[in-house]
Design a protein around this ligand. Structure first.
Ligand SMILES: [Zn+2]
Ligand SMILES: [Zn+2]
Length: 358
């Protein structure tokens, strides 16, 4: 076993707009724990929101984000150290390419005990809670003993491996939508998650897949990934266009992944009566709407989607079978020490997924 270095480079979050590239102690694997040498870590919309100081991370006496903490939850890497019993428990060896869920489940709460670990009551997400869930914007990272660890098979490229976390969240959202052959599906938002969902929705072969985004470049990619119709709501009345496509009824399924309040109100308008509305986005601000649409007017099925329960193996298999691609979605790579440049790029609408590589 190669010895891990005493210290490593990492991006440490201290507070809003205070992230520093520092030399910190390399994590070591305790009982049934695993340390990986990080291959890459993506910058997520939630990292941008945490950086800018959004209330959901920082508000209150005891904020959810426990700084100082190493950021980063979209990762893969190579097994570098195995704690006592870890090789047997996780069926892995030094040198295997692996990843794990972005959540470090407590293993003890009612949700964990009943197999619903993604809703763990404690809810430690890698990159957000110091000590128990340090993240992957670093040279090395530790997986907790309660994590399920997934081996990444040889047919999956390193770029694809970097996209496993967002793609796994996309699979869960698409599963929540229970798409049928006769459905007209509207996918709102063609960012990293939306572009993954578009590929996955196409695999489900609905009657029509309509994609909405305000960025024409992303719409062009959506088309390439299987969208039948692309609409830019800044250039065209999207609600009217969807109604015209559906004899005035509206779409059967609406998946909201825009991150913007208008993505919600527009969806409630264009989804048909008895339709399914899937809420995926994390919002930086509150959304207001007329709730009577959900009950009295349309009797909608409103379904939330959170994280990626049991979907990592599905994504690895879809990449392996070339049914899913990262091509065009991963647009930029930066070194860890260039974190601030990477962040600036992640905010640029020209970029889609920006990666940090140690
Ligand atoms: Zn993320
Ligand atoms: Zn739990």
């Amino acid at each position: 076993m190669t010895k891990l270095p005493e210290t490593m480079k990492a991006v440490v979050c201290y507070g809003p707009e205070d992230y520093r590239v520092e030399e910190v102690a390399t994590p070591r694997a305790g009982k049934e724990e695993v340390v990986i040498k990080v291959g890459a870590c993506g910058i997520c919309g939630s990292d941008l929101k945490a950086y800018s100081g959004a209330d959901m991370y920082w508000a209150g006496e005891d904020p959810w984000l426990k700084a100082p903490v190493i950021a980063g939850h979209e990762f893969y890497g190579v097994v570098a150290e195995l704690g006592e019993g870890a090789a047997e428990k996780h069926n892995i060896q030094i040198g295997d390419r692996v990843t794990t869920d972005q959540i470090n489940p407590c293993g003890k709460c009612m949700f964990c005990e009943t197999g619903r670990y993604w809703m763990c009551q404690v809810h430690n997400i890698y990159g957000f809670q110091r000590d128990v869930a340090e993240g992957a914007m670093a040279e090395y990272m530790r997986f907790g003993s309660t994590n399920k660890i997934y081996k990444i098979t040889d047919g999956v490229t390193d770029s694809e491996a970097s996209l496993i976390e967002p793609a796994a969240c996309a699979v869960h959202a698409v599963q929540r939508a229970t798409i049928e052959f006769e459905d007209v599906v509207v996918m709102a938002g063609a960012g990293t998650l939306g572009l993954c969902m578009i590929q996955l929705i196409s695999l489900k072969t609905p009657k029509k897949l309509v994609v909405l985004d305000t960025n024409n470049k992303r719409l062009a990619m959506a088309k390439k990934f299987g969208a039948d119709i692309c609409i830019n709501p800044l250039e065209e009345d999207a609600v009217q266009a969807v109604k015209d496509l559906t004899d005035g009824y509206g779409c059967d399924v609406y998946i909201e992944a825009t991150g913007s309040p208008i993505g919600v109100t527009q969806g409630l308008e264009m989804v048909r009566k008895l339709g399914r509305f899937i809420e995926f986005s994390v919002f930086g601000q509150e959304t207001t709407t007329d709730w009577s649409v959900i009950g009295d007017k349309k009797e909608l099925d409103l379904r939330g989607s959170h994280l990626s329960p049991y979907t990592y193996p599905i994504v690895i298999d879809l990449f392996e079978r070339n049914l899913l691609t990262a091509e065009g979605i991963i647009t930029n790579h930066f070194k860890l020490e260039d974190f601030h440049e990477a962040l600036a790029m992640a905010k640029n609408p020209e970029a889609i997924k920006v990666l940090l590589k140690p």
